[in-house]
Design a protein around this ligand. Structure first.
Ligand SMILES: *Cc1c(COP(=O)(O)O)cnc(C)c1O
Length: 408
């Protein structure tokens, strides 16, 4: 049997890239009089809105906080009475009839967790072969509801899986047809575009994450982007104690609020990383192309299909391969063998309704699961892809991966 040479040193499936310039910006921020609630956050927000092409951007201390603020604001807008009452905890608000949000099970749990935290019920719909929410499956659910006279669905929350934009036109059409909001958890997709428009500008509201492993990082952080000034104002209140400042020391608290703010130190890192975003995305796409070429004749698996035509570009947050069903059972041994050879991998994601916490939200069909989502989970494996790797590294990793399948 062929002896496989391990990769030079262990590489995880993803890792941040921090430059000397990034470090200098962080140090400089530390010398400013304000290390929170200052101008760097304002600049970062402006730069984000400018980059994506939206009216507003709000920075948060995580995408999870930004998701919470988005769902809570949606509730406040749905309640309508914005003068006297914005938003309080769902459990104390008995007048509010529970509304639902259709979403994908192939995502990080925060997408659905924060819905529940804000009193919304997630309805999981199936995905297509690229791991993205299927607009046709969403429409089926909306049609069934219509036939039963149920009008509880308030929004659809899609996720740009691996950085590959969902079909924005289809979701815009659905939102219009059923008079609901299209929301996007674009945590994977800062820097991606769909038919010439940047992800972030497409949905009614979009969320980004700046966790260490996302397109750009603030170590921990996130953002909410929207063109709706009302949504922006409410989310801003929720971010900071629900407090409105008046003259001198006077203020009023009009809303339930939190402290979801990003520090100036983190924002300085974000602002510096944002300058590097396009080069990150170029690198990620170049490296992905090397994998694509190396794998094009493989009968063991195929790379995730991403849209490339019509000015559409993935941010290549992940590089998932989809195993042929023959190898689904061997996935654990493949992951173990790759680990021995210094190649770190990860599986994105187990369908959320399979977690015990979400057992009450299993799909309401015969088997309580979604066919494509289940197949996707069994097939998918994310290979190392990050900006500390070069083309040669990717070539080596690709050979190791193929050799491991040969061995099995
Ligand atoms: C990373 C991620 C989140 C959570 O982001 P945090 O900034 O860690 O809170 C939410 N949704 C998706 C799809 C993600 O990938």
């Amino acid at each position: 049997m062929k002896e496989i040479t391990p990769f030079t040193s262990f590489t995880p499936y993803s890792r941040q890239s921090i430059s000397d310039e990034d470090k200098a910006c962080v140090l400089e921020a530390l010398s400013n009089p304000l290390i929170t609630q200052g101008e760097i956050n304002e600049s970062f927000e402006k730069a984000l809105a400018n980059y994506a092409g939206t009216k507003h951007a709000l920075s948060f201390n995580s995408a999870t906080s930004a998701l919470y603020a988005l769902y809570a604001s949606l509730r406040a807008l749905d309640l309508g009475d914005l003068e006297s009452f914005f938003y309080s905890l769902p459990s104390t608000d008995s007048n509010y009839k529970t509304k639902s949000i259709i979403t994908t099970p192939i995502t990080f749990s925060a997408t659905a967790n924060m819905m529940l935290a804000c009193g919304f019920k997630p309805i999981f719909a199936d995905v297509t072969f690229d791991g993205n929410l299927d607009p046709l499956k969403c429409e089926e659910i909306l049609e069934e509801k219509k036939a039963r006279g149920e009008d509880d669905v308030i929004a659809i929350m899609s996720v740009d899986y691996a950085g590959n934009s969902v079909d924005a036109e289809a979701f815009k059409t659905l939102a219009k047809k059923y008079d609901i909001k299209w929301l996007s958890d674009s945590s994977h997709a800062l820097g991606a575009s769909f038919k010439g428009s940047k992800v972030g500008s497409l949905a009614y509201a979009s969320i980004f994450s700046f966790h260490a492993l996302k397109s750009i990082t603030t170590a921990e952080g996130g953002a909410l982007l929207t063109n709706d000034s009302k949504l922006y104002e409410i989310a801003k209140l929720i971010r900071s104690h629900g407090m409105v400042k008046k003259e001198l020391y006077h203020c009023d608290q009009v809303n339930l609020g939190f402290n979801f703010r990003l520090s100036e130190i983190n924002a300085a890192l974000g602002l510096s990383q944002l300058q590097r975003l396009d080069s990150f995305i170029d690198t990620r796409n170049e490296l992905s192309n090397i994998y694509d070429a190396a794998f094009k004749d493989s009968s063991y698996f195929y790379p995730l299909k991403v849209k490339k035509e019509d000015d559409t570009r993935s941010s290549r947050h992940l590089y998932p391969i989809l195993l042929d069903p023959k190898y689904h059972c061997a996935k654990e041994s493949i992951v173990r063998r790759l680990l021995e050879l210094n190649v770190g991998t990860q599986v994105h994601y187990k369908p959320l309704y399979n977690f015990s916490f979400f057992k009450d939200y299993k799909p309401k069909n015969e088997h309580g699961l979604l066919r494509n989502a289940e197949d996707f989970y069994r097939a998918t494996l994310s290979l190392p892809l990050h900006c500390n790797l070069d083309k040669e590294d990717i070539g080596k990793i690709a050979s190791i991966v193929i050799d491991v399948f040969d061995e099995i």
